[in-house]
Design a protein around this ligand. Structure first.
Ligand SMILES: C[S@@+](CC[C@H](N)C(=O)[O-])C[C@H]1O[C@@H](n2cnc3c(N)ncnc32)[C@H](O)[C@@H]1O
Length: 216
């Protein structure tokens, strides 16, 4: 797939060559997304996908929540990082992409490990009768503060919160950027930073990932 523009092209290629390649299913999903979706760059891609998979293999969560499935790339990566009894609940508001997503989950051999909820995460998360070991936030950036508010009570003490796009193309430090997306991402980052129940690191991976552990 083409370069993501987060790094200079040659560096991107170098990173790619030193990361486990996509298998045929992820390659096909990546290609399919680029051919059929208006905003294919929302898909996390090879490097971040492998990062999520390895993060799951390290933290070994049993129950994972993802907000923002899109075409299912990150969900497949997360599910592949789970142990045999692990399960991912992933939520997508756009019902037009759900059947193809379910087909890719099956093709990837992880359909049995994923429950896809179709609807608004802000309604679905509070209604889920689950305690999660990991939460991955990757939905509408304007809703990040609300995702934090509704998902933190569902995260067990010792569990991990991961959120994507927290640098928002660098706009978080641009004093002229005052659009709804940037304001919400800044608010989210500040809420995480100020929350003493979370130990955290903002990793400048692609568009920025926050990784936080709920201490209590
Ligand atoms: C950045 S994309 C997710 C990319 C995906 N995690 C991946 O890496 O392949 C964000 C997705 O969140 C969905 N979304 C936006 N608002 C939502 C909400 N309130 N509840 C659930 N999904 C939402 C969008 O429709 C979009 O598909």
């Amino acid at each position: 797939m083409e370069a993501s523009n987060y790094y200079p092209h040659e560096l991107e290629e170098y990173i790619r060559r030193h990361t486990t390649p996509e298998d045929d299913v992820l390659y096909e999903l990546n290609r399919h997304t680029h051919l059929t979706e208006y905003h294919p760059r929302m898909l996390c891609g090879q490097m971040q996908g492998k990062f999520l998979e390895l993060l799951c293999k390290m933290a070994n969560p049993s129950r994972v929540l993802e907000i923002g499935t899109f075409t299912g790339y990150s969900a497949i990566c997360i599910a592949r990082g789970l142990s045999e009894h692990g399960h991912l609940h992933t939520i997508e508001i756009n019902d037009e992409i759900t059947q193809q997503t379910l087909d890719f989950f099956s093709k990837a051999g992880v359909g049995h490990r994923i429950t896809l909820h179709v609807g608004d995460a802000l309604d679905i998360v509070p209604a889920l009768d689950e305690v999660f070991d990991m939460v991955f936030i990757d939905g509408d950036k304007r809703e990040y503060p609300q995702y934090l508010y509704c998902s933190l009570p569902k995260l067990r003490a010792g569990g991990f919160l991961v959120a994507d796009n927290v640098l928002w193309g660098g706009k978080v430090i641009d004093p002229k950027a005052d659009d709804q997306y940037t304001l919400a991402v800044r608010q989210f980052n500040d809420q995480v930073a100020q929350n003493e129940d979370l130990e955290k690191v903002l990793v400048p991976l692609r568009d920025g990932l926050i990784i936080a552990r709920k201490v209590r």
